[in-house]
Design a protein around this ligand. Structure first.
Ligand code: ZN
Length: 309
């Protein structure tokens, strides 16, 4: 086998393991020069697309918390990538709830906006998509019955459905909310590097989903706009998962992005850093899910399932 052939096969294998696309489809991408062993998963090209995907990943990490089912972390079971176009294959039980969590709603009790500012839902030619009203960024969705479509947020007392009231442009409240995300807040953290990192996480669901391989239980959250934490009960070691993400090219640099961090941070084997942003991986090595007592994970799985009914 020539070196060229061998490289293509390696790129295809890495791509398939990260995205869930078939090996033959990934090999075709490699033959067309779209992926290489160093860059086996295509990136979103435009800053707007990366930002849109990053906000989706960050929002879902915050809203789903410990409710992920069947190790579908962030509700994603696989992706399809055609050029930079991204299609998320959502967990069928989680899909409708995920859309509801992403659509922007002003919550009086919370005192602010929930969901992704500027995100709207569209149905065209038999396909559901999440679109950004400010740009051409979009993400296609698979995973729910097309006829009922996704579950849209109910109009409740104290909740204003911004996505429905202002369908084609940004509302004032959304415009106010995006400032902090796009400027890096008062600390002036690097935002482009963060958007690339979080977008890449969304494009590698099968690697992240290894976290829940043992018992399907994964918790996600964030401390601020610049991190996403994945923690799970047992099984895969955090370092092992971080290594798999690194091999998939998640840390690759792009010339147009400034990766210099504003704050010093010691590198850590269980963390992927990019500029000031981090993906934190944490295996809890818990005891409640081990041994003969299966009541723990089973009870949690039952309880989680009820939250989607
Ligand atoms: Zn476990």
């Amino acid at each position: 086998m020539s070196k060229k052939q061998s490289n293509r096969k390696r790129a295809a294998s890495l791509c398939s393991r990260a995205t869930g696309m078939t090996y033959s489809r990934c090999l075709e991408s490699a033959m067309n020069g779209h992926i290489t062993p160093l860059r086996p998963v295509p990136d979103a090209n435009s800053p707007e697309q990366r930002r849109f995907e990053a906000r989706i990943a960050h929002t879902l990490a915050y809203t789903l918390r410990d409710r992920q089912l069947d190790s579908a972390v962030l509700g994603v079971q696989g992706v399809r990538l055609q050029g930079e176009q991204l299609t998320l294959r959502l967990h069928p039980i989680m899909a409708r709830r995920i859309v509801a969590d992403l659509l922007p709603v002003f919550d009086v009790a919370y005192g602010g906006l929930r969901g992704v500012p500027g995100l709207r839902i569209r149905y065209r030619a038999g396909e559901w998509s999440l679109v950004d009203v400010r740009s051409s960024a979009r993400v296609h969705l698979e995973g729910f019955d097309l006829r009922p479509g996704p579950k849209l947020p109910a109009v409740e007392r104290g909740l204003t459905p911004v996505w429905r009231d202002v369908p084609d442009r940004l509302s004032r409240i959304e415009r106010d909310e995006i400032v902090s995300w796009e400027t890096g807040s008062e600390c002036r953290r690097t935002t482009d590097a963060r958007d690339l990192l979080f977008s890449r996480i969304l494009r590698r669901p099968l690697l992240v989903n290894r976290a829940g391989t043992s018992h399907g239980w994964v918790n996600t959250y964030s401390h601020h706009d610049h991190d996403i934490v994945f923690e799970w009960c047992c099984g895969a070691e955090a370092e092992e998962l971080a290594d798999a993400l690194r091999v998939s090219g998640i840390e690759n640099r792009i010339e147009t992005i400034d990766f210099r961090a504003s704050f010093d941070c010691e590198p850590h084997a269980e963390r992927i850093d990019m500029g000031d942003a981090s993906i934190v991986l944490r295996c809890l090595n818990a005891s409640w899910c081990r041994g003969d007592d299966w009541a723990g994970p089973a009870a949690i799985a039952r309880s989680n399932l009820r939250r989607y009914q």
